[in-house]
Design a binder for this molecule. Structure first.
Ligand code: HEC
Length: 161
């Protein structure tokens, strides 16, 4: 008549300790991130889709830093990593969506603007690593200026606007 639940099942993992299971979680997280990156290269349509997605991710990571959500160093590294790959996602002939012809008629200026963003994102990583919130926010603001400055010159209005 009495129903008993087994007390054993929940404890079997105890021997491994929380340390190794935490490590496992982190490894899975990293694998997911890499898989997502690889999927973009193949499964997703245009170059414009890919770079817009990267910049949205960058924007999301920057917002999280500003809001004080999650690990600022990890977010800053995401910004820096994606920023470094962005220039390669503007190959000639990929003028779509909001990309302006000036990107390719003025390649030096565009590259310079990219380099400024990458440099600012490196400063952002350094600032986040100090753990000093006001330094991090200052570096975040400086990074945001480089986004804006490129957009003003090389990004057109949304189609239909
Ligand atoms: C060197 C130039 C350049 C820099 C630097 C740059 N962007 Fe962009 N960004 C563009 C261009 C060009 C587009 C439009 C791309 C397209 O339509 O294919 C774009 C598109 C975007 C979009 C897509 C949304 C939309 O409708 O346009 C977001 C979000 C964005 N950028 C955020 C950022 C953020 C955040 C930064 C700074 C960390 C940044 N960008 C830095 C040139 C730049």
């Amino acid at each position: 008549m009495t129903m008993r639940t087994s007390p054993v099942i929940g404890r079997q993992a105890g021997k491994n300790g929380s340390d190794s299971s935490m490590r496992k979680v982190l490894m899975i997280g990293a694998a997911v991130v890499f898989a997502a990156g690889a999927a973009w290269a193949g499964a997703h349509g245009s170059m414009s889709d890919q770079r817009v997605e990267d910049m949205k991710t960058i924007g999301g990571a920057m917002k999280a830093i500003g809001d004080g959500e999650g690990d600022a160093v990890a977010h800053a590294k995401t910004v820096n990593m994606l920023a470094k790959g962005l220039h390669a996602k503007f190959p000639e002939g990929s003028m779509e969506y909001r990309a302006k012809a000036e990107i390719w008629s003025d390649p030096e200026g565009f590259k310079k603007s990219m380099d400024e963003m990458v440099a600012a994102s490196e400063n952002l990583v350094d600032a986040a690593m100090t753990g000093d919130r006001s330094k991090t926010l200052a570096a975040l603001g400086a990074t945001g200026k480089t986004c804006k400055s490129c957009h003003e010159t090389y990004r057109g209005p949304k189609p239909g606007e």
